[in-house]
Design a protein around this ligand. Structure first.
Ligand code: HAM
Length: 436
């Protein structure tokens, strides 16, 4: 590189990587509110938080999500560690929860074990509104080695009830719940063959992706958004009509349990989900204002996954909420964040009065007030202008007279009302006028 070119390179503005974004204030206040809602609601259902690593052995995801899935075969950020173990940034967290369940012998704890997590996930998808390469999930999993089919259905329904409570408390309106059962290792292969046969008959009417999937994964054809395939898909055999007796019993019971809880849903035979570990109950929740990426939550049952990862036979059910999409939908509904308002702007004048300003600012902050103390001296007019711009409710004026008399001048910016108060009365006065 020539010297000129390397100079230009040095000056190049470095931007965040494609599909990865900064989440800025005041939007972060909305994120905190949504995450706080999850902490509170999930705790009322007896869930505890687990914090998981951001990266794991690639093998963990390949084995659980499935080596042939898009997520594992195309979308993972993988690299070789120095000892040449292949490592991947996590594309989801169910696999990690199961790994942790095994690693920490959680089968010895009272069952079921109910865990939730929140944090970033990574998938190298084509970025668009609501679809990012680093995105955030709030997820929960219930793992247990006990219980019969009826118990399982009750757990499924309770997990969905918790989700509806969460969305309600988060203020998300217009959500819709879609439900399906994708059978088990007994009945699904038979259905897949039936589906493959039906698809083969209409092969020349399908697009190239679906034609390929007849061989690789016929279930994924049901996922197709291609306009020309929609009428064909409507006529394909539906898995709910080909469930084995156990799967049918659980599916029927889940629907009964949801009805008993007053939760409305629509059955969607096309809901097959893109991860291999699912069996029986699968569900998705959509929200308005998101365009084509309108799924704000996906989940389902995954009995057998813990076993597949080398643990004891274990049942599992869980979900993950796409936090980015929840935020987008809330913003679309104009449910904008309310950031903590600034209570007091300290307009101090005269270098020698700065220590007094520091002292009073600390005192007010200790009392729980939000205080802005500018580091440099400012003209009175400029300080008031800034206080106004920052939305402060009060300006506290500290100059020679105030320091000498111990009486501070406080100005309510809304109406200009001014008072002179000693330190103790000042705290009481500001606290009384605090925003709710
Ligand atoms: P998933 O359907 O792959 O399931 O993802 C769950 C949710 O994460 C989606 O409904 C969506 O809201 C959000 N999401 C996924 N990919 C992106 C992306 N690229 N950008 C923005 N949001 C995205 C799972 O991950 C399973 N682990 C859920 C689960 C837990 N099943 C059982 N337990």
């Amino acid at each position: 590189m020539s010297e000129g070119a390397s100079k230009a390179q040095e000056k190049r503005k470095i931007q965040a990587i494609k599909g990865v974004r900064d989440i800025l204030p005041p939007e972060t206040a909305l994120w905190n509110r949504v995450e706080q809602t999850a902490h509170e609601v999930f705790a009322t259902y007896g869930f505890s938080e687990i914090r998981l690593p951001i990266f794991e052995e690639t093998e963990l995801f390949a084995r659980s999500i499935g080596a042939e899935t898009d997520v594992v075969s195309k979308e993972m950020y993988s690299f070789d560690d120095r000892d040449e173990t292949s490592i991947s940034l996590r594309p989801e967290a169910t696999a990690s929860v199961c790994r942790a369940y095994i690693q920490h012998n959680m089968q010895q704890l009272p069952q079921p074990v109910k865990l939730y997590y929140m944090g970033p996930m990574f998938r190298r998808e084509r970025p668009q509104k609501g679809r990012y390469r680093q995105f955030y999930q709030i997820g929960a999993e219930v793992l247990s080695h006990t219980g019969d089919l009826k118990d399982d259905a009750r757990v499924d329904a309770e997990v969905i009830e918790m989700l509806t409570t969460f969305f309600e408390k988060a203020g998300l309106e217009g959500t819709a719940l879609y439900l399906n059962s994708i059978g088990c290792k007994e009945c699904r292969p038979k259905y897949v063959e039936l589906l493959r046969a039906a698809l083969t008959k209409v092969k020349d009417k399908l697009g190239p992706d679906s034609q390929r999937r007849i061989e690789t994964n016929p279930l994924r054809v049901l996922d197709s958004k291609l306009e020309s395939e929609q009428a064909i898909i409507e006529k394909l055999p539906r898995i709910a009509e080909h469930l084995c007796p156990d799967c049918l019993e659980e599916y029927t019971e889940v629907k009964k349990q949801l009805a008993m809880r007053g939760i409305s849903y629509a059955q969607n035979f096309r809901l097959v989900r893109g991860l291999d570990y699912y069996m029986r109950t699968t569900f998705e929740i959509t929200a308005p204002g998101l365009g084509s990426q309108n799924a704000v939550c996906g989940g389902g049952r995954y009995d057998g996954l813990v076993e597949l990862l080398g643990g004891p036979p274990t049942k599992g059910i869980g979900f993950a909420i796409g936090t980015d999409r929840v935020i987008l939908s809330l913003q679309d509904m104009r449910k904008l964040p309310v950031e903590r308002a600034l209570d007091v702007y300290v307009a101090w004048m005269g270098e020698k009065n700065y220590p007094a300003a520091v002292k009073i600012a600390r005192r007010l902050r200790e009392a729980g007030l939000a205080v802005e103390l500018p580091p440099g001296e400012m003209k009175f007019g400029k300080a008031l202008g800034l206080a106004d711009k920052l939305g402060a409710r009060y300006a506290l004026i500290i100059g020679d007279d105030e320091v000498a008399s111990g009486q501070f001048t406080v100005k309510r910016l809304e109406d200009g009302e001014q008072k002179k108060l000693g330190e103790r009365e000042l705290v009481a006065y500001l606290k009384a006028g605090e925003a709710p």
